[in-house]
Design a protein around this ligand. Structure first.
Ligand code: B12
Length: 208
């Protein structure tokens, strides 16, 4: 973890963030380690927002800085062949956060999964349609807002009511989603980050 990068991200010091990301990349620091520092900085941004030290403009700025940093980081590994099957992912309806979802999509793709990214603010029927069409072994639902936990719960229940739960494992993730929230939503498991998501999905599909 780069303390300098965490602090610069938290302080929204764009120049330092970009410089440090370039420096870490030049030292061959793994992309996901750089992302982990940026993510920790984003947690602090969120805390400051909650304490009203930051406002919506700072949240927007944080997303811009994060995206610029991601562009410098570039690819997150070789794009493997899609040998591990289909992974459908989307951000639940009423939620437009997509930075974490996009990281999970990229890392899953580079780990040999065919990723169908439905986007953000996705209604239940779109998830169901996608499961019927692509027959994924694993579905990922991203949720960054506690006010949307019930939406995820409703969506997972509807997937079950449609008779699609037996063949599909459901992973949930996003900043505030802990194990208790995952259980409340009816998910199979909670993915804390992209690496964990890959590990769980490989286990679900039976590959090492
Ligand atoms: C950037 C940001 C925004 C940006 C989002 C831009 C974008 N394109 O995504 C903007 C400005 C749009 C925004 C808006 C809002 N936000 Co906001 N936002 C954030 C912030 C600071 C960072 C989120 C982020 O990108 N983190 C970095 C990524 C890499 O981390 P991540 O998303 O957690 O993803 C990782 C893991 O969780 C996991 N993961 C993620 N998704 C998935 C999915 C699956 C399937 C799996 C397995 C794993 C997984 O893997 C990822 C990689 O490691 C968070 C603070 C926080 N602590 O998260 C608040 C935060 C989520 N936002 C918050 C709020 C309140 C809002 C607004 C309601 C503000 C407002 N008043 O309008 C709106 C809501 C808009 C909406 N309807 O969705 C609150 C939510 C509080 C709560 N209790 O629900 C937070 C927690 C801030 C806070 N502490 O108050 N936000």
């Amino acid at each position: 973890m780069s303390k300098k990068l965490v602090e610069a991200m938290a302080d929204l010091d764009e120049d330092v963030v970009l410089e440090e990301v370039k420096a870490l990349k030049a030292q061959a620091t793994p992309a996901l380690d750089i992302i982990a520092s940026l993510q920790e900085g984003m947690e602090i941004v969120g805390d400051r927002f909650e304490k009203k030290e930051y406002f919506l403009s700072e949240l927007i700025m944080s997303a811009e800085v994060f995206n610029e940093a991601s562009e410098i980081i570039g690819g997150m590994g070789e794009t493997g062949k899609s040998k591990n099957g289909v992974f459908v992912i989307g951000t639940i309806y009423d939620d437009i956060h997509d930075i974490g979802k996009n990281i999970v999509s990229t890392v899953m793709r580079s780990s040999g999964f065919e990723v169908i990214d439905l986007g953000v603010d996705i209604p239940t029927d779109k998830f169901i349609e996608a499961i019927k069409q692509y027959k994924p072994k694993v579905v990922g639902i991203s949720c960054l807002l506690t006010t949307c936990f019930d939406n995820v719960k409703e969506c997972i229940k509807a997937i079950g009511d449609a008779g699609l739960r037996e063949s599909t494992k459901i992973l949930v993730g996003g900043g505030p989603v802990n194990d208790a929230a995952g259980e409340y939503m009816g998910a199979d498991i909670v993915g804390k980050n992209a690496q964990q998501t890959v590990k769980y999905c490989k286990k679900f599909v039976g590959v090492k």
